[in-house]
Design a protein around this ligand. Sequence first.
Ligand code: SAJ
Length: 405
Amino acid sequence: MNKKPQVVMIGLGYIGLPTAALIAQNKTYVHGVDINSKVVETINAGKIHIVEPELDLAVASAVKNGYLKADTVPVEANTYLIVVPTPFKAKNEPDISFVESATKAILPLLKKDDLYIIESTSPIGTTEKMMQLIYSERPELEGMLNIAYCPERVLPGNVMYELVHNDRVIGGVDEESTEKALSFYKQFIKGDLHRTNARTAEMCKLVENSSRDVQIAFANELSLICDKAGINVWELIELANKHPRVNILQPGCGVGGHCIAVDPYFIVADYPMESKIIGKAREINNYKSFWCAEKVQTAKLEFELAHGRKPSVAIMGLAFKPNIDDLRESPAKYIAQKILQNANNEKHYIVEPNIDVHNIFKLTDYTEAAKNADIVVFLVAHDEFKALELNEDKIVLDFCGVFRK
Ligand code: SAJ
């Protein structure tokens, strides 16, 4: 690369790298920054370190054409994007230290009229906090920078399409910042761009994922009630959804992934007294996983009482949702671990058709596991499982509706 970069992208992960590649495809020079020098090397070789369809080609061509270069340190540009993780400290409190250190890294480079945007999922008020940090260190720039928050809302597996086509919410610390950020995104995004302030934009991201969590918790709660009441929850939901204004989601073995199972805590941590449903939904969805593990334990004991021998158990699925290989924050993985912790000399077959080898679990082919096990526990509704034909004598615990009609 050889031209002066217009954009510095801090954080080259699941969102930062695709966004950097998209901007570079538009012939804007991007200087990507990551603290991991292996990641930097990989990208500069035109390769990628994450699994995401079409990203490999986008990065390879952006690097080859000289519009994208990776580095471990930032350089001077006009626009700075912060796309780093915001993980958790103990007690489910958000940790914004990566956003802070990214901001500190670019502090000396900032100049009048620059645009600074945070995309990382952040607690409400983070953008204003970073503005204060910037102006306390660079008081001569006070009021001269454009500072905004703009969350992404892409679905892993379809990132390259959704980055371009999804609507975006853009919230500046003042109107000029919002307009500047809007003009920036307009260059690469075909979805509608919606103006607001920074705090609303921050909360909007958290609310989108909390809303889904609350709705899934409702479905999970129904599944617990139906289990006691002897009602098929899948049939119930299908019938209730025939109402023109009812749309209940599907119960499962809990909620996983790195967004929906996490983002609600960003609200609960700061507003514990007010966020009662949001907090409760997290509890219900977590409890659902624990409940599934307990159900398996009970089924094993009942089998032993009835047959006078230990059962063999197939654990079907480890991913956090169907048809992916991602085990992050996966309730199925948690349940599998719990079942193994409770093991008492039973034979366990662990299945995840989207993964070849795993460093903790010894994986078994799904047809073999289902054929050999006395108890077959479905934790993830992978497509492969739907075609399985199970002998009538098997005990089937279908927590995710694999065989729902
Ligand atoms: N799930 C259910 N029942 C359902 C739907 C989902 O139990 O009816 C479970 C899944 O099995 C999984 C979890 O919920 O464990 C989350 O899966 P998901 O497909 O709903 O969401 P993610 O985590 O893959 O992606 C979400 C998306 N957010 C929303 O749909 C509101 C995506 O648009 C966001 O960009 C992403 O989080 C993110 O990065 O925030």
